[in-house]
Design a protein around this ligand. Structure first.
Ligand SMILES: Nc1ncnc2c1ncn2[C@@H]1O[C@H](COP(=O)(O)OP(=O)(O)O)[C@@H](O)[C@H]1O
Ligand SMILES: [Mg+2]
Length: 257
């Protein structure tokens, strides 16, 4: 089966600062890939590549075997750690805005049957994320967890096949995180998503992922810290048995998580 995403010898360089080097990776459809690694290793850069927000300096990225379009598209959704909601829009309007941008990119206007459909779609996805009773609320009235639920709904409204999560639960309390784990696992299954999730929480990575990738430098020049970039240094496919045992080399890498 063609992988949904392929990274082929991908490099990212800013001037002489090498951030990623020689990244070779294939992601199967339906995988839940957790990405861990030290701060500054290039994890967010990696997600921006998959989103199409940034192009590699060298190498190529394929989406379903074809060159990844050089801009974000409706087939890829993204959620960041802190969501910048539109504060002047209600929950429902925030989600409908995503549909509007996709369907009427020039005018931003949806009318008649299209508008009714967009509204119904937005309500349905908001119900799935547990915000069905908060359609008219404004973001400032929502807790951090509810705001992340809204961010997820907004990412899913274009029916993406790939969902990119950049430390989505990093700012939430432990109890709320557990609820979010259930939510994201359910959405992953129901929507048949392929997920790439960056996290600082090693336990979260192993609990949610079907595969855990650690991004770090393979080589280091103490006199020129930017000379070498990071790559996928560990790549663990998980079955249920392995989920209980976090490999020592990974545990050591993300200290404090
Ligand atoms: N647009 C950019 N220009 C220059 N350097 C950048 C740019 N984006 C990221 N970097 C650098 O790339 C490195 C990796 O950043 P990032 O992907 O955000 O790491 P992580 O998410 O793993 O913490 C950092 O050293 C950062 O300063
Ligand atoms: Mg980051």
């Amino acid at each position: 089966m063609t992988p949904v995403l392929s990274f082929r010898d991908v490099w990212v360089e800013y001037g002489d600062h090498v951030v990623l080097e020689k990244v070779n990776l294939e992601v199967a459809k339906g995988a839940f890939v957790s990405i861990v690694g030290p701060s500054g290793a290039g994890k967010s850069t990696f997600l921006r590549l998959a989103l199409g927000q940034e192009a590699p300096s060298r190498g190529s990225i394929l989406l379903d075997g074809a060159t990844l379009p050089p801009e974000p598209g409706p087939d890829r959704g993204v959620v960041f750690q802190r969501y910048s909601v539109f504060p002047h829009m209600s929950v429902l309007e925030n989600v409908m805005f995503g549909a509007r941008c996709e369907q009427a990119p020039l005018t931003g206007l949806l009318v008649g049957a299209t508008r009714r459909q967009a509204r119904a779609d937005a309500v349905a996805i908001l119900q799935q994320v547990g915000l069905g009773a908060a359609l008219k609320a404004f973001p400032r009235a929502l807790s951090g967890g509810m705001q992340q639920r809204l961010a997820i709904a907004q990412a899913l409204i274009t029916r993406p096949r790939i969902l990119l999560l950049d430390e989505p639960f990093g700012a939430l309390d432990p109890g709320v995180r557990l609820d979010m784990h259930e939510l994201i696992t359910g959405l992953w299954r129901e929507h048949g998503l392929t997920i790439l999730m960056v996290t600082h929480d090693i336990k979260e990575a192993f609990k949610l992922g079907t595969r855990v990738i650690a991004v770090d430098k393979r080589r280091h020049d103490p006199h020129a810290p930017h000379r070498y970039g990071s790559t996928a240094v560990y790549d663990f496919p998980l079955d249920d048995k392995r989920k209980t045992a976090i490999p020592k080399e990974i545990a050591a890498m993300t200290s404090g998580a």
